[in-house]
Design a protein around this ligand. Structure first.
Ligand code: NAD
Length: 337
């Protein structure tokens, strides 16, 4: 392919430990000579009227223009008159699918050794549509919205993801036995898409049974697709299977191929500024971003170096039971590149 200069990507270092772990990603990328030029944007300290949030219009324009970005954790500012940062990003950028690969990290012992699955969560509707009201005193109503359009969109993405990532099976997770119409429609859409992918096995698993199977034998699963609320819960459950949120990458996919990768953990105010944070989740999220950009060589190189560093066990951060600092861990990753 022709090479026409560096790819521009937006970087939100974020709050708390965000700038420290972002520094780690920048250092690793520059050591690996990844052809990416970062456009850095910080969250403002006043509400931008154009976004009704602390996120500036310019920062959102940057992601729209570049089509790709990486986001550190953002602390939720307390106070009224603004929208949640993550919600603003999701809505403004139309990020409809949250993708979280969960795989065991060799050498880091957890209850299971061979987890290798990916959860794909519908990110825009379901119980999280924000439609709640009081009917009469003592009775509230909360609307769960499931649309054909959003269900088809996330199902299409799940099957395409499975196909392009060499995965064999897609499981739709649901509760259609009770939520007949809403989850029923979600399943109907998944089935429609499944017919276009005869090479991929399609199955439907009821959410409660899915939870039991996941904790008993997570290797039973490959690629899971589900509505918003189930995805929120199941994706954290899966992160727990491989050692926690400090290790789990994620990437959000939007219309027109826009992608925003992010670590799923928060800003960790208790250890911020102390050079103690584990940059693994953000590094692996950055790897997902590289794969999305089809920079597979660089992605595998960095992925390998991170896994090797953790497997060697010599430089591990406190959350993994080690005593290495963020900068020592980062240097070890760079040495392993
Ligand atoms: P948290 O994830 O920040 O911290 C929970 C615990 O995990 C803390 O003990 C922390 O030290 C530890 N931890 C988290 N990430 C770590 C890492 N990379 N390395 C080592 N240890 C790590 O969750 P919280 O305390 O509930 O939230 C703190 C702030 O982060 C809040 O303002 C919250 O709104 C925000 N938050 C943001 C996001 C996001 O931007 N996606 C997600 C969750 C929470």
């Amino acid at each position: 392919s022709s090479y026409d200069g560096p790819i521009r990507a937006t970087l939100f270092p974020g709050d708390g430990i965000g700038p420290e772990i972002s520094q780690s990603v920048k250092q690793v990328f520059s050591t690996a000579e990844v052809p990416i030029e970062w456009e850095e944007h910080y969250v403002g300290d006043t509400v931008d009227p154009r976004t009704q949030s602390f996120l500036t219009w310019e920062s959102l324009e940057s992601v729209r223009r570049n089509g790709v970005g990486l986001k550190g954790p953002m602390a939720t500012p307390i106070g009224k008159g603004h929208r949640s940062l993550n919600l603003t990003l999701r809505k403004e950028l139309g990020l409809y699918a949250n993708v979280r690969p969960c795989y065991s990290l060799p050498g880091y012992k957890t209850r299971y050794d061979d987890v290798n699955l990916v959860t794909i969560r519908e990110n825009t509707e379901g119980e999280y549509s924000g439609l709640e009201h009081q009917v009469v005193k003592g009775v509230v109503e909360s609307l769960k919205i499931i649309t054909r359009q959003a269900s088809l969109r996330v199902a299409e993405y799940a099957f395409l993801y499975a196909k392009t990532h060499g995965r064999q099976r897609v499981s739709a997770i649901h509760k259609a036995n009770i939520m007949r119409l809403s989850d029923g429609l979600f399943l109907k859409c998944c089935r429609e898409v499944a017919e276009k992918y005869p090479e991929i096995t399609y199955e439907e698993v009821i959410i409660d049974n899915c939870c039991m199977m996941l904790v008993k034998n997570p290797t039973l699963f490959d690629c899971l697709v589900m509505p918003n609320l189930y995805g929120d819960i199941i994706s954290d459950l899966c992160a727990g299977l491989i050692g926690g949120l400090g290790l789990t990458p994620s990437i959000n996919i939007g219309e027109g191929g826009i992608a925003l990768a992010e670590a799923v953990h928060g800003s960790a105010p208790d250890i911020a500024g102390k050079n103690l944070a584990n940059p693994t989740a953000l590094l692996l999220s950055a790897v997902e971003m590289l794969r999305h950009l089809k920079l597979f060589d660089k992605a595998e190189q960095i992925h390998g170096a991170v896994l090797k560093t953790i497997a060697e066990g010599k430089y591990r951060t406190g959350d993994l039971g080690g005593s290495a600092s963020t900068t020592e861990f980062t240097k070890a990753v760079c040495d392993n590149l």
